[in-house]
Design a protein around this ligand. Structure first.
Ligand code: GLY
Length: 332
């Protein structure tokens, strides 16, 4: 049976990669201790940076994780998108598979395709792939599954992944899902904000370089793979919703907010942005505190304080006069 709840989907991902000999590694905590340029884990690969660089050896060369992440600073910052956007979050979960000099582009693409169209049963006709401008190898590999008109080339902005200012990086190949009417499907919609039915769901990074502080890159000891599948987005696709908040990851928090306010469905719809900010920020604050962060004036503590204040501000706007975030934390 196709996995449908968020818990089933997460488990199906880890099981799939475990069956093809990936070590299931626990999520790293949110606050970053290993990467001085990051406050928070911002991708599944953070905990494996030294493994990619060849400085650390592990007893496995393939790994899979369901990683907690925050994108609120540096190269990846979603804070201002949260609320208005149906697809961006501060705290998020990223499902990933990693190869440390083991398999490379071909298997990464095979695994992603098999998981999405086999285990998750997505319709192949709704999928697009993007590749980095001159990555003819990735383009060719995709032609095993997709017609050439659904394989698109994009530049550095979209198809070259860097963790931060320095560290492992490389060209990437993204998988996009189209949820609209089939007679309207067009390649123009991919990576185009005017087309909300097109959603990037999975990024396959072909890790090949180590970015240096002066902007130059040196090759990694062995080409590797780092992928990031957006959990909230995949759950949205599987649950057939047009935004991430109507999935089972967030809707219990929205329902709780509505019950606490005593709002009608119309009031909830009118105050949608506030509801979403509370759900997103309430979830982020809950996971940050669970990982040992406390509100403060600097660093991670400052970000947590800012998130709590932003949630409280939106809460006041939609009618809260008493503390409410503790109730939202209970939901998560
Ligand atoms: N490291 C891959 C991604 O975050 O998209």
């Amino acid at each position: 049976m196709r996995p449908t709840t968020s818990n089933e989907i997460r488990q199906a991902f880890l099981d799939f990669f475990s069956e093809v000999h990936h070590e299931v590694v626990p999520s790293a905590p949110l606050p970053q201790r290993d990467n001085p340029t990051l406050l928070f884990t911002n991708a599944g690969m953070n905990q494996f940076v030294d493994v990619f660089l060849g400085k650390e050896k592990r007893p496995y060369s393939r790994a899979t994780t369901a990683q907690k992440g925050m994108r609120v600073q540096g190269k990846h910052n979603e804070l201002e998108n949260v609320g208005p956007s149906a697809r961006h979050h501060t705290f998020f979960e990223m499902l990933g598979n990693f190869s440390f000099g083991d398999y490379f582009k071909s298997e990464a693409i095979d695994y992603a395709w098999t998981f999405l169209t086999g285990v998750m049963q997505l319709e192949p006709e709704r999928l697009f792939a993007t590749v980095y401008l001159d990555d003819d190898e990735a383009f060719e590999l995709w032609t095993r599954y997709l017609p050439a008109e659904r394989i698109l080339r994009f530049g550095r902005e979209d198809n070259y992944w860097v963790m931060g200012d320095v560290g492992p990086c490389g060209p990437c190949s993204e998988i996009h899902y189209y949820s609209g009417a089939m007679d309207q499907i067009t390649a123009e919609g991919v990576n185009n904000e005017d087309y909300p039915e097109y959603l990037e769901i999975w990024n396959l990074v072909f890790m090949q370089f180590d970015g240096q502080p002066d902007g130059s890159v040196i090759p990694l000891p062995r080409p590797s793979v780092d992928t990031g599948l957006g959990m909230e987005r995949l759950v949205r696709v599987i649950q057939g919703k047009d935004n991430n908040y109507d999935t089972d990851l967030f809707s219990p928090a929205l329902d709780r907010t509505q019950a606490l306010l005593g709002d009608s469905d119309e009031q909830r719809a009118e105050n949608l942005v506030g509801y979403r900010v509370i759900a997103d920020h309430g979830r982020a604050a809950t996971f940050l505190i669970a990982d040992g962060v406390l509100p403060g004036n600097t660093g991670a503590g400052y970000v947590l304080r800012m998130i709590i204040r932003r949630a409280a501000r939106f809460g006041r706007k939609i009618g809260f006069h008493e503390p409410f975030l503790g109730e939202i934390a209970e939901v998560f």
